[in-house]
Write a protein that binds this ligand. Structure first.
Ligand code: GLP
Length: 261
């Protein structure tokens, strides 16, 4: 894992945004894996600035990680609405090229299988954007999720419903179930950029970066991925034991990469 520790949440968004924009400039129809939640909002804001400055996102294809089960599509907190509001519109994506799992299908299991097939048909995800839950979940893969799981129905953990209650008028309105890409699905992405900001994420970050790989901290499976970038502000990096080493590694340029004097 490449661990990048930056001095502000804004810098986290800009760093992740520059990596994503570089991919889109190289590959205009790149497939992006799109995360919801507050963590990636700075990344999308950075990308929106780049879109306004001329980076063309109109051919980018996208697959969202997850969706609540049973929530009306037009509900402002359905992930379909959130992706539309926070990603499709500000970046100028083509809505026809962006898919969100269907949480209202009559046959949810089949809809999950179709979603997996659609990702494969698109050629797989080039770059997956991730946030992380306080319990280490990625997507909605809650603790004890199979490390090999595919897109499926999950029950939300109590701490996740509590964390997401801020988006709903009444805590009881938070859905109890979701459909989410599995950990196996996420691991198939060719590159992964995970962003986290704030002290509330410090324990989860330390567990997934420096702890053992365990389904109790689902994000720890990323230790098995060859191209993961974990981009953190100082507070989210607060519990890392080896933070000085990560800083040194990130700042270090071997002699052959240094600018000539
Ligand atoms: C949400 C999403 C995740 C997200 C996580 C953290 O409920 N399903 O994709 O990474 O929980 O959310 P936030 O970024 O708002 O802290």
């Amino acid at each position: 894992m490449e661990i990048v520790i930056l001095d502000s949440a804004a810098a986290v968004g800009a760093h992740a945004g520059s990596r994503i924009a570089a991919l889109v400039e190289r590959t205009p129809d790149a497939v992006l894996g799109l995360a919801t939640g507050s963590s990636p909002l700075g990344v999308y804001a950075d990308l929106a600035t780049r879109a306004a400055a001329g980076v063309d996102f109109s051919r980018v294809r996208g697959f969202a990680l997850d969706e609540y089960v049973g929530i009306p599509l037009e509900h402002p907190e359905s992930y379909a609405s959130v992706i539309h509001r926070d990603v499709i519109e500000p970046l100028g994506l083509d809505p026809a090229r962006v898919r969100v799992p269907d949480g209202r299908a009559a046959d949810l299991r089949r809809a999950c299988d179709d979603y997996e097939a659609a990702i494969v048909a698109a050629g797989g995800v080039d770059l997956q954007i991730l946030g992380i839950g306080v319990n280490g979940h990625i997507g909605f893969n809650e603790p004890t999720s199979s490390l090999a799981s595919r897109t499926r129905i999950k029950t939300l953990a109590p701490e996740t419903r509590e964390a997401n209650a801020r988006f709903f008028a009444d805590p009881d309105d938070v859905p109890t179930h979701c459909v989410t890409q599995g950990l196996g699905t996420i691991m198939d992405a060719r590159e992964i950029v995970l962003v986290a900001q704030g002290a509330a994420k410090a324990a989860a970050i330390a567990a997934i970066v420096e702890g053992p790989v365990s389904s109790m901290w689902p994000g720890s499976i990323l230790q098995h991925h060859p191209r993961v970038h974990v981009v953190l502000d100082e507070a989210a990096a607060g519990d890392l034991r080896l933070s000085d080493y990560y800083r040194y590694t990130f700042d270090f340029k071997p002699s052959w990469q240094r600018d000539p004097v």
